[in-house]
Design a binder for this molecule. Structure first.
Ligand SMILES: [Zn+2]
Length: 299
């Protein structure tokens, strides 16, 4: 009897244990299934909310290839000369009129060669730093220029450039001087905006009066390169308040530059720079009267 009871109880324990096991296993399976389903749902929902708003638009493989291979300097030129530089292909920038210009001649150049024979890439050789202090310049950022590029934008010949000029009144209240500037690429508009702002600063009157010159088709003294004054995109402010490396060294040899002198207040410089004009006072070959419209050199 006792043996039978023992056997039956053992059997029921075994049965109960098996049921329990099945129940636990089923519960575990159901729970982990529900958990996985919830987790997948949660992750995908959150992934969508996290990624979708910032997700880039679908671009084709070809577009991606083109964008990735455009050098940053070319993107700067496209932004600064939007009606002229419209693209980049096979190492050349593309102009609106379907002509092209080589971006990089891949030549290693001395500092003199960079000045005499700059390609488009060399124009960005030294970064132009428009900071709020005057420092002794150790490079010529913005002074390396590809002449053919600026001829393309502002005019190929003296006559063509002249036909692109317009007259504006420089600082009508403080100075009231008529100057000739280039209309192309919105330069005259920039000059008008600059002039309007400077007109609110009587404290700078002595610097911005007796303008030393804007348009003047000529070579840079001592070089074979066209002065940027040839394009009507530059302005020399009052010579009497300015310093120029050639006057101080009494030479025209670009290797002869030594030292640095400046009397132009930085607050005045910052107004010009705000409108896209670089300052010759930031060059090793300093020219503190000189401001030149070079929007590609600003961020
Ligand atoms: Zn100048």
């Amino acid at each position: 009897m006792s043996q039978k009871v023992f056997f039956l109880s053992m059997l029921s324990i075994n049965l109960l244990t098996t049921r329990k096991r099945i129940a636990i296993a089923s519960f575990s399976l159901l729970f982990s299934g529900l958990l996985s389903a919830w987790l997948i749902g949660y992750l995908s929902t959150n992934a969508h909310t996290a990624i979708l708003p910032n997700a880039p638009k679908q671009i084709s493989a070809q577009e991606k290839l083109n964008n990735d291979s455009i050098p940053w300097q070319v993107l700067k030129l496209m932004k600064a000369y939007p009606n002229f530089v419209v693209g980049y292909s096979n190492g050349s920038i593309m102009f609106q009129d379907s002509t092209q210009m080589r971006f990089n001649d891949n030549r290693i150049k001395s500092s003199q060669e960079l000045l005499d024979n700059a390609d488009l890439e060399d124009m960005f050789h030294d970064p132009y730093l428009a900071d709020s202090s005057v420092k002794i310049p150790d490079n010529d950022a913005g002074r390396m220029r590809n002449e053919a590029f600026f001829m393309k934008i502002y005019g190929q010949t003296k006559e063509e450039i002249r036909s692109n000029l317009t007259e504006i009144v420089w600082c009508p209240s403080l100075v009231n001087q008529r100057i000739m500037v280039n209309k192309n690429n919105g330069v005259s508009k920039q000059f008008i905006a600059l002039s309007k702002e400077l007109d609110q600063h009587p404290e700078f009157k002595k610097y911005i009066s007796n303008i030393g010159g804007t348009f003047n088709y000529r070579k840079i003294n001592g070089t074979n390169r066209l002065s940027m004054h040839s394009f009507g995109i530059t302005i020399d402010i009052n010579i009497a308040e300015s310093n120029y490396w050639q006057w101080d060294c009494g030479c025209t040899n670009e290797n002869g530059v030594n030292g640095f002198k400046n009397r132009i207040p930085i607050a005045l410089v910052l107004i010009f720079e705000k409108h896209g004009f670089i300052w010759g006072g930031r060059w090793k070959h300093y020219d503190t009267m000189h401001f030149e419209y070079r929007p590609e050199l600003f961020p």
